[in-house]
Design a protein around this ligand. Structure first.
Ligand SMILES: NC(=O)N[C@@H](CC(=O)O)C(=O)O
Ligand SMILES: [Zn+2]
Ligand SMILES: [Zn+2]
Length: 432
């Protein structure tokens, strides 16, 4: 059957719609790119029996490296990786070359994504000019141009006075500051988690406190400014305590966790014997911290799951461990990883798990979407919940093939992705 067109009747899927709190077997009709209520029998039928249908899968933390670092990833290859992974929206981090710190770059990324037509891109603008941490970027103008939030990701906003100002603006602009929480001095010289394994391997360590100290500081600054803070890629127990404290005080503080921190511990660094595929920031933590993070996602303390898809060139990741860049490709393993951890262990219901990839990122970013209801854009993913598959990075659409999940067996996989009524992926093949 042809894959083109924007009108479909999808039959027999288990519809899991966290925007509306629905989990039921239903037929879904799409006409001219939007959901409609009537069941027009003349439309082409898609048999989705045995599959799950989830609207608007969103990954609010990816690095597409475009402009300037296209040898690692570009908007086309990143968009293909997103479609292959089942995602309909991604938020791109601004640590490109140049940094996305002016409105024209925000506009350009959005326009390019629309031309490609594979995934909706909601750009994140930089907090400071050039992500240098010295002077605020044009936050207002970037917000006008469509920046969904602000981050210096890759770097923390370390200067407390600048972070204070940024948080003050965040409240006015109604957009979060997404902080890469790291104390630069405590972090310096490290390339993996500081503990027994870093000592054994003789690698420079990064203590968990390098992260949590910054989260505690930011929580204090949110109390001072009443700003909006989203903590990126939480990995440390102290960060969880800080987020808990902030939420108990009713502050606008939310947090995300990344799949690799939930699936792996720093044991992986030893198992991979100095291969930099395990090198990521924040670093993989010990099993007890991994378990604490899993519990924090399960309890709802962590609001969102996001991949932190951070592709690099193979030559860069082939450098010695202490020289190689931090970052791994995550878009194409994201769904399988979190389904394996949370559904495989029975920790979350599908509705609660997928809320962290759909309705919750929308809430954090203050974006409205009505889920599967008449008139809403038909963005959806068909998932085979029972698909057991082995991660083969050579098959990635991303230009970055570095991942410590290579060879891992996962359960659950996207089999089709639709954006605005148009199929962007079917049967693992990206269309366009
Ligand atoms: N996560 C990483 O290990 N690397 C990211 C930056 C970041 O998210 O901190 C990158 O841009 O490569
Ligand atoms: Zn980061
Ligand atoms: Zn990142």
């Amino acid at each position: 059957m042809s894959n083109t067109g924007t009108s479909w009747r999808i039959q027999g899927a288990r519809v899991i719609d966290p925007f509306r709190g629905i989990d039921a077997v239903l037929d879904v009709t799409v006409r001219d790119g939007v959901f409609v209520e009537d069941h027009d029998p003349s439309l082409p039928v898609v048999d989705a029996k045995g599959l799950w249908l989830v609207p608007r899968l969103t990954d609010m933390h990816v690095h597409f490296r475009d402009p300037g670092l296209e040898y690692k990833e570009d908007l086309a290859s990143g968009s293909r990786a997103a479609a292959a992974g089942g995602f309909t929206v991604v938020c791109t981090m601004p640590n490109t070359k140049p940094v996305v710190d002016i409105p024209s770059l925000v506009e350009w990324q959005k326009e390019r994504a629309e031309t490609l037509g594979l995934v909706r891109i909601w750009p994140i603008g930089a907090v400071t000019k050039g992500e240098e941490g010295k002077e605020l970027a044009e936050m207002y103008q970037m917000a006008q141009a469509g920046a969904i939030g602000f981050s210096d990701d890759g770097h923390p906003v370390a200067d407390s006075r600048i972070m204070r100002a940024a948080l003050s603006y965040s409240a006015t602009l109604n957009r979060p500051i997404i902080q890469h929480s790291e104390d630069p001095d405590l972090f310096a010289g490290g390339s993996m988690h500081e503990g027994a394994i870093s000592q054994q391997l003789g690698l420079g360590g990064i203590p968990a406190e390098a992260e949590s100290i910054m989260v505690w500081r930011d929580v204090e600054l949110v109390q001072l400014t009443r700003g909006i803070l989203h903590v990126a890629h939480v990995s440390a127990p102290g960060s969880l305590e800080a987020v808990r404290y902030a939420k108990n005080k009713g502050l606008a503080v939310t947090a995300e966790a990344a799949p690799h921190h939930l699936f792996l511990s720093d044991d992986a660094v030893r198992e991979w014997q100095y291969s930099a595929v395990t090198k990521v920031n924040p670093p993989l933590r010990p099993a007890a911290m991994q378990e604490a993070l899993i519990q924090a996602v399960t309890s709802g303390l962590i609001d969102v799951l996001a991949s932190d898809h951070a592709p690099h060139h193979a030559d860069e990741k082939a450098e010695p461990y202490d020289k190689a860049p931090f970052g791994i490709s995550g878009l194409e393993t994201f769904l399988g990883t979190v389904m394996t951890v949370f559904l495989g262990r029975g920790l979350l219901s599908p509705l609660d798990l997928f809320a962290k990839l759909t309705a919750m990122p929308h809430q954090v970013l203050r974006q409205s979407y009505a889920g599967i209801s008449p008139g809403a854009a038909a963005d959806l993913t068909l998932i085979d919940p029972g698909a057991v598959w082995t991660v083969d990075p050579a098959a990635f659409y991303s230009k970055g093939h570095n991942t410590p999940l290579a060879g891992a067996t996962l359960t659950g996989r996207a089999v089709a992705t639709m954006v605005g009524g148009r199929w962007t992926m079917r049967e693992q093949e990206v269309l366009g």
